[in-house]
Design a protein around this ligand. Structure first.
Ligand code: 13P
Length: 253
């Protein structure tokens, strides 16, 4: 059985005070109705990671980082190493997010080095892939996603499927209020599963969770999660509101 995952990506939001207020609300909601059979993760900005870990000490909520460098240490001003993330209790690392690809120029080969390093250090990469609107309109979606997955994972020859997550985030759906339809998400995500099967064989491919991300809300999460290859969601905007994120995390799985 594949794990179901609900991850909130806070992006560049929330001071420590705001993070505290957020969890006061979220943890109150979940204490009334604990959420079982699923993994819930939150990805705060780097400055709040250690503090959020302390807030989440007695909970099942996983700590997720929004990025990592591939090196364990060295002269990389402004970067954070996966070893440092592991030390403070991070379990998952988002890599190859479209905002890093498109706003900061990260490319597949570079992302691949990070995926390999993060995985080898014992953290779980959440590799993000997805096409731009232009690529979709040109009919290049599957080709683009396939090469992002293949290059992104090229350093992982053998694989524990429970230690890797793929997130399909069509660029045109991120922060636009225009989510992919469940059918669009399923088309690409079942294709990603085939690519994973080519790389690692059927049994392993069936165990790797594939998330959908892009304008997920409490209103559309239910129908997205009904798709056989949508194993969870990576939520941006709606995860900033603890009530909305709680609603998203608490749908039936
Ligand atoms: P939105 O949910 O705001 O569209 O963002 C999605 C995203 O980028 C999650 O990583």
């Amino acid at each position: 059985m594949r794990e179901k995952l609900f991850v909130g990506n806070w992006k560049m939001h929330f001071t420590l005070r705001e993070a505290k207020a957020y969890f006061e609300k979220f943890l109150t909601l979940q204490s009334k109705n604990p959420l079982s059979n699923r993994i819930i993760g939150v990805a705060p900005p780097f400055t709040a990671l250690f503090y959020v870990k302390s807030l989440l000490k007695a909970t099942y909520i996983k700590l997720v980082a929004q990025n990592a460098h591939f090196a364990e240490k060295g002269a990389f001003t402004g970067e954070i190493s996966p070893v440092m993330l592991k030390e403070i209790g991070v379990e998952y690392v988002i890599l190859g997010h479209s905002e890093r690809r498109h706003l900061l120029g990260e490319e597949d080969e570079f992302i691949s080095k990070k995926v390999t390093s993060v995985y080898n250090i014992g953290l779980k990469p959440i590799l993000c892939v997805g096409e731009t609107l232009e690529e979709r309109e040109e009919g290049e979606t599957l080709e683009r996603v396939s090469s992002q997955v293949k290059i992104g994972l090229q350093g992982l020859k053998s694989l524990q499927p429970q230690n890797l997550v793929i997130a399909y985030e069509p660029v045109w759906a991120i922060g636009t209020g225009r989510n992919a339809t469940p059918e669009q998400a399923e088309e690409v995500q079942s294709f990603i599963r085939k690519v994973l099967e080519e790389l690692y064989g059927k049994e392993t491919a069936l165990e790797i969770p594939i998330l959908y991300g892009g304008s997920v809300t409490p209103e559309n999460v239910g129908e997205l999660m009904q798709m056989p290859n949508v194993d969870g969601v990576l939520v941006g905007g709606a995860s900033l509101d603890p009530e909305k994120f709680y609603k998203i995390c608490s749908i039936e799985v």
